[in-house]
Design a protein. Structure first.
Length: 352
């Protein structure tokens, strides 16, 4: 049988289902060009905020797939930060089946749900020293099996053929590994931060090697709530004001509105900076050696103002992510960082 994907010389569709929009991205088979892309916002309810029901997501997925010239139906989907349980474990050195059994046993006592209901995976990082012994630092990723089955049923109903469900942090690392491929990049330790609408995900890696990850329950909705409270306006109006004002060029912004928004979001930015500082501190204590080199800020909430704020408070260089800088073309204008998860999914290599 001739592979449908190879015949059309494209890769699978990367589908990032966020809490406010769905992003679809498809690359050429050689992963060098963007073939098609689309960001489709979820419908809004009477309160003006995105509706996140199963039916709303289904209709959005279906319409988004049919709205553009995506080739084929095979797609890779992300398990988002809000769907995952992430836990670092420090275990005795072992390998093979013994390590897998040990991880499952240790994880079972820490899961917020019954282990019999969970799909458990893990990533082994570098060995770490604890006192006089060397231990294995392992990152556990778990999700309720019912959540996985529900997502699979939903995307199949919307007309997709799911070839993989991948944890969001692994998609992020694949995206940025594509961008930073020089030999010097492979040696530096980098913190990647995806700030989305619902929450944020922190990934620390050395080159292609994942070393740390942590979801943070803080994102665009927290910023909208802060603006709504500060300016005494409905959340939907606060969200529209913050988004539209932030996407304007700096010379076109109303200074008074800029000042009011910055005053409103400052406490949220401070909490985010504190969370990232704690991640950096845990990492530096756990993995001795070279310090973090920089922060790469992505996600739909990545802005130059936030990047500058984090650089100052973390005392680290902070740059805005550009998931498309190694591709030959780019999707439609907008915040490039919002595409980092979808790009990582689209870069997924399907088995031959």
């Amino acid at each position: 049988m001739i592979s449908f994907l190879r015949f059309h010389r494209v890769g699978p569709i990367g589908v990032d289902i966020g809490s406010s929009a769905v992003k679809l991205l498809q690359l050429s088979a050689d992963r060098r060009q963007v073939v098609e892309s689309l960001c489709w916002e979820l419908p809004c309810g009477e309160d003006g905020l995105p509706v996140q029901t199963e039916e709303a997501i289904f209709q959005t997925l279906r319409r988004a797939r049919e709205a553009r010239n995506f080739r084929g139906r095979e797609a890779v989907f992300a398990m988002g930060a809000e769907e995952l349980f992430v836990q670092n474990l420090r275990l005795p050195q072992t390998g093979g089946n013994s390590l897998e059994k040990l991880v499952c046993t240790e994880a079972a006592s820490r899961l917020p749900f019954d282990a019999s209901e969970a799909e458990i995976r893990f990533v082994q990082t570098e060995p770490v020293r604890q006192g006089d012994t060397v231990r294995l630092e392992v990152i556990v990723l778990a999700c309720r099996r019912a959540v996985i089955e529900q997502k699979l049923a939903l995307v199949e109903k919307a007309g997709f053929i799911p070839v993989a469900l991948e944890p969001q942090p692994l998609a992020l690392l694949r995206c940025y590994s594509k961008q930073y491929r020089r030999e010097s990049d492979q040696q530096r330790r980098t913190m990647y931060v995806n700030v989305g609408a619902g929450c944020s995900m922190v990934v620390i890696a050395r080159g292609n090697d994942l070393m740390f990850m942590k979801p943070i329950a803080m994102g665009g909705r927290c910023l909208d709530a802060a603006v709504a409270q500060h300016l005494e306006m409905p959340p939907a109006e606060a969200s529209a004001l913050r988004r539209h004002h932030g996407d304007r060029r700096s010379d076109q912004r109303d200074p008074e509105i800029t000042r009011a928004i910055q005053e409103a979001v400052r406490p949220v930015w401070e909490r985010l900076a504190n969370e990232l500082a704690m991640c950096a501190r845990y990492f530096s204590i756990t993995f001795r050696g070279d310090p973090l080199s920089c922060v790469v800020l992505g996600g739909g909430e990545a802005t130059k103002e936030l990047a500058d704020w984090l650089a100052h408070h973390l005392n680290l260089p902070c740059e805005l992510a550009d998931p498309f800088r190694s591709f030959e073309n780019r999707p439609t204008p907008g915040r490039a960082g919002q595409w980092d998860v979808a790009a990582g999914l689209a870069l997924y290599e399907t088995p031959p």
